[in-house]
Ligand binder design. Structure first.
Ligand SMILES: [Cu+2]
Length: 668
């Protein structure tokens, strides 16, 4: 690994130079100048047309040998709306829904096609987050790594077989920060009927176990996110002008519904024990930067309360249990979640079953999924609280859980200043996400045990390959892995790594190479004073072997264990994303994950905070040795499109579909 940018103070200049090239002179600036008027609804693009009939011009992707092929169609369009009833802003929609509507559901073992018709002005690329892609490593959707981008007015089809995994996953644009504008959808994979399920650990009753299995086949799915009225490209421009990260959102949204809450500066400053916290619950950027520089008041300071009723989730009292799978698709904030007066049993993490742990609240990092069961044992209405978790902003969102209510005797909701009217249930956590008392139990992601229990591959030994991928910040904007900043121009380079590996190995930038079939340990050391990061790895999921605060001076995991560091070999958490540990001001922290890199593939690892990922915090691992002929034979459908050859299916437009480019000044 060659270091192109030293991380540290010196890195800022180099990084800014490359970024300003990109943003001042490259495609990005052109987008800003030519973006069309988004005040129109997208209806004209795709209503009353049966697109399935139009697209047999070229064959779809080759079969992967599965039995059942299910197809899901998406129109990517642009809309103006605001999910918290704030000022209208630009969004992307998938089939008219911003951040996805109803989740798609199919079965473990199915072969699936996701068909994307890109009617949006910008190109995109869609990643199926958490899928193993064992049979289709070319369908991972990372621009510059597995494919080139999907152009405007073109169709692209992802075909994959979902075997050996189940639970909640999601799809999202992997280009720049586009998923933050709405290119998100969720899909739920029902576990195979013969797969062992952990519900016998929750109850001895065979009826209840059967109910839990049935509920888990058709669960309630709840998507969480932070929300801002500033679209990602404007956000990007603003942060480069500020030379400061975007650390202040307007709201938390739950299934794309939210409200800007304004509990008042006094209440917020009491929660933060700081007299500089802004009315939005944010750090005051002038205080942090010790400057009088102008920061946008509506982003950082002004709390503009909006009025939106909290979403209500109904459960069937007769079931005796409720089952919810949560997804956090935020741009930045990890979340803590609780349901008033109800302990929850966490039994799934990133799709995978874990031993149920009983707690009152749980933490869900950006990109992660957590599955919970809870008893329906006291009919009524209860507040679901979702708060940013130990992040630089104090902010909460609310929903309501309801079951077994006597509708003739409604309970009056009560309202505190700046907050929505809510049922008068007793909370476990406050507006800042802190436990209201010592009695509140909070699930620690590191205490999850994967289930069924088993030892990790090569337990008690060093891995075949150990990669040291350390994290370090350069200011609040740039973030590095292994001393390098991932170059954003790599996203639009073609052919991508998968079909042109020697070129990228020659560049030797933000890339590692090891043979497919290796057992790999990733060791992350986080520099003193650096924050927690929600790291995501594509393809195989990882076992979280250990984490701690302190220096780490060992060459591999076995050596660390011999020196006394706690390593878990038996049934550690099994995840596709992990929250590292924040490092105190005077000490680093360390984190170790292990995986079996079975599939020959080009694998991206990155922080899932959009700003971190797009400002350097990504790394490619070519999990195949070209010299050994380990690279997959990319089928024609993907190879041609990945290499930028014109084999995309053009979409058909009528006269009314012409869009007129306007200057950026013409829209808010
Ligand atoms: Cu990060």
């Amino acid at each position: 690994m060659k270091s192109i940018f030293a991380i540290g103070l010196a890195a800022t200049a180099a990084a800014t130079a490359i970024s300003s090239d990109l943003y001042a002179n490259g495609d990005h600036a052109n987008h800003l100048l030519t973006r069309h008027d988004k005040s129109e609804t997208p209806d004209k693009y795709h209503k009353d047309k049966d697109y399935k009939d139009h697209f047999d011009i070229y064959a779809g992707p080759e079969s992967l040998g599965g039995d059942v092929v299910k197809q899901f169609y998406f129109n990517i369009t642009e809309v103006r709306t605001n999910l918290i009833n704030g000022p209208s802003r630009f969004h992307y929609a998938l089939n008219d829904a911003v951040y996805g509507g109803e989740p798609l559901v199919f079965n473990e073992g199915d072969e699936v096609e996701f068909v994307f018709d890109n009617y949006a002005f910008e190109e995109t690329s869609i990643h199926l987050h958490g899928l193993l892609q064992e049979f289709s490593p070319w369908a991972d959707g990372v621009p510059g790594v597995t494919q080139s981008v999907i152009p405007q007015n073109k169709r692209f089809i992802y075909r994959t077989r979902v075997t050996d995994q189940h639970g909640l996953y999601w799809g999202h644009s992997h280009l720049r920060e586009l998923y933050g504008d709405g290119q998100v959808f969720s899909f739920y994979v029902r576990p195979a009927s013969d797969r062992p399920k952990p519900f016998g650990l929750l109850t001895n009753s065979t009826d209840e176990i059967a109910t839990l299995e049935a509920l888990n086949d058709n669960p309630t799915i709840i998507r969480l996110s932070d929300y801002t009225s500033m679209p990602t490209e404007e956000k990007k421009v603003a942060t480069f002008e500020w030379a400061f990260g975007f650390l202040c959102f307007d709201a938390i949204i739950i299934n794309s519904v939210g409200r800007q809450n304004c509990p008042g500066r006094d209440a917020l400053q009491a929660l933060t024990a700081s007299n500089t916290t802004t009315d939005k619950g944010c750090l005051n950027p002038n205080v942090i930067t010790n400057s009088t520089q102008e920061f946008d008041a509506d982003v950082w300071f002004n709390c503009n309360e909006t009025d939106t009723a909290p979403p209500v989730f109904e459960f069937n009292y007769e079931d005796g249990w409720g089952v919810i799978h949560f997804l956090n698709h935020a741009e930045h904030w990890d979340m803590i979640v609780s349901i008033d007066e109800h302990e929850v049993f966490t039994f799934a993490a990133d799709g995978n079953f874990h031993e149920p742990l009983v707690n009152d609240a749980f933490i869900i990092g950006v990109s992660n999924r957590i599955g919970v069961a809870f008893r329906l044992d006291k009919p009524g209405e209860y507040v679901m609280r979702v708060a940013a978790y130990q992040d630089p902003q104090i902010v909460s969102g609310y929903a309501v859980v309801r079951y077994g209510m006597d509708v003739s005797a409604p309970v009056e909701w009560t309202q505190e200043p700046g907050l929505p009217a809510l049922p008068p249930s007793q909370p476990f956590i406050d507006y800042a996400g802190n436990p209201v008392s010592n009695a509140t139990r909070v699930m620690d992601n590191l205490s999850l045990r994967s289930w069924p229990n088993e030892l990790v591959p090569k337990a008690y030994e060093a891995a075949d390959v150990t990669l040291r991928l350390d994290f370090n910040a350069s200011g609040t904007l740039f973030w590095g892995i292994a001393g390098e900043l991932y170059n954003p121009l790599l996203e639009t380079s073609q052919p991508p790594v998968l079909t042109n590996p020697d070129y990228y190995l020659g560049l030797n930038m933000s890339i590692a190479n090891y043979p497919a079939g290796s057992v790999v340990d990733l060791i992350h050391v986080t520099a003193p004073g650096n924050p927690r990061h929600p790291i995501h790895k594509h393809f195989e999921h990882v076992w979280v072997l250990g984490a701690g605060v302190g220096s780490f001076n060992y060459s591999d995991t076995a050596e660390a264990e011999a020196a006394g560091l706690p390593i878990m070999w038996d049934s550690p958490p099994f995840r596709d994303g992990w929250l590292t540990l924040a490092a105190p001001q005077d000490e680093p922290s360390w984190f170790i994950v292990r995986y079996e890199g079975a599939t020959a593939a080009a694998v991206l690892l990155h922080c899932h905070i959009l700003e971190h990922q797009n400002n350097g915090m990504a790394f490619t691992m070519l999990q195949a040795q070209p010299a050994r002929g380990q690279l997959p034979q990319v089928p024609e459908y993907y190879r041609a499109r990945a290499n930028g050859e014109e084999l995309y299916t053009p979409l058909e437009f009528g006269d009314a579909d012409i869009t007129i480019p306007v200057l950026i000044d013409d829209f808010e």
